[in-house]
Design a protein around this ligand. Sequence first.
Ligand code: NAD
Length: 480
Amino acid sequence: MTSNDTLVTPKLDTYDGLLAAITPSAGDTREILDPATGAVVGLAPVHTVDDLEAAIAAATLAQPAWAALGHDARSAVMVRAADAIDAAAEALAQLLSREQGKPLNGPNARFEVGGASAWLRTAAATPLESEVLIDDGTTHAAISYRPIGVVGAIGPWNWPMMISMWQIAPALRMGNAVVVKPSEYTPLSVLALVAVVNQVLPEGLVTVVSGGRAIGAGLAVHPGIGKVMFTGSTATGKAIIKSSADTVKRLTLELGGNDAGIVLPDADPAAIAEGLFWGAFINTGQTCAALKRLYVHDDIYDAVCEELTAVAARMPMGVGMDESNVLGPLQNQAQFDIVAGLVQSAKDSGARVLIGGNPDLEAPGFFYPTTLIADIDDDNPLVREEQFGPVLPILRYTDLDDVIARANSVDVGLGGSVWSSDLVAARAVAARLETGTVWINAHGAVHPMIPFGGAKQSGYGLEFGVEGLKALGVPQVING
Ligand code: NAD
């Protein structure tokens, strides 16, 4: 390699190299600002519908050879791609922290990059054999999964690297190519992640098209896309169902949630307080399956409020690049306004603010302080709507049947949780919640081998584990 080559081939395991690799040398660009400081993080390309067409054409060309490699050879390449993420992990985490706002530490940027690598590795290592359905001497039938072709991956801004990898990894494992459309709020994170894995992957197999809603809509309607993996709001999910109808696309929809947690009277408030806190405030509350409504039995209501307030008071919030912080800003002004409006509606109703609720509107960044609201009614907008920020309403209950009905009274059903010292009692309550997942004495913990998906208007289809791989293939039964 000549010194000139070194100049034109940035090293992706350094922050500057990574940023240089994804900075467009031509075409329209847009400044991406740090939500904590307002400083320019970098320039994102503004891709067009022509770019989308080119990406789909390249993916269509690359996919057959990738599929023909077979599972073992594909898995070996995917493991090398995960190694490349690990080698660039710190640079990726710094970019993610600056663009998304989340701190390096806590369950945030470094954790997210580690998750992207772990999900890729797990998808590579998960076997999916052809399954014999009947073999009784007269009938033989087996089911296996063929590649779909080109998969469209449309993602949100809250966990941009991890969620993109949740979509890319199983798609690749099953022999597909992928065109990725990141959120317009966090394109750099996804461009960087894909630049890193593309050091290893065949050309054209995974391409990022960085644009707004029109690019997402173009992907959802395109006849060259066989499946859309979508994570985002319920409203956009409904738009994608409509725009994908003409081509009968397969869909996996991971949509919004309004997860309830129920604390039974036998729970120990001091023991569960930190788990409750992170269940609600992971990623500063900007998490689909975060705890968004907490129902606590009257017997221990005051004690839980007190313990949670104590935990909230000691969790530092600030600029993500400061190693001491574990909570960050909201990612964008629109989300800040939603959170501020919902807290205002709670205050206006006479609900009690235990901590927070008083943003400093003069300070830089979209920081909303950690906020706990007690004595609030079920019909308050902060309880009915998804806040997606660092605010938790805490509601009182006395009757178990009644609280289960209240928990189930929303039209979404992503996750839920039950908190108790009695596992049998907790599981019995869990089975009555209308959600895709229920955690016991935890909330929101995901695992690459445990299927995850929503009920009701939180979407359909499963991600992760063997079920997640099946969702990225076309089932084929061979009968005979
Ligand atoms: P969003 O729906 O506004 O945007 C998501 C993506 O869809 C973006 O890339 C956007 O450009 C694209 N898009 C917008 N309009 C489109 C259209 N008509 N056709 C195709 N694509 C289009 O969501 P967001 O604000 O980025 O994310 C927050 C939401 O995502 C919350 O509701 C949250 O609960 C949900 N979420 C769900 C999960 C889950 O696993 N269920 C995970 C994370 C976030």
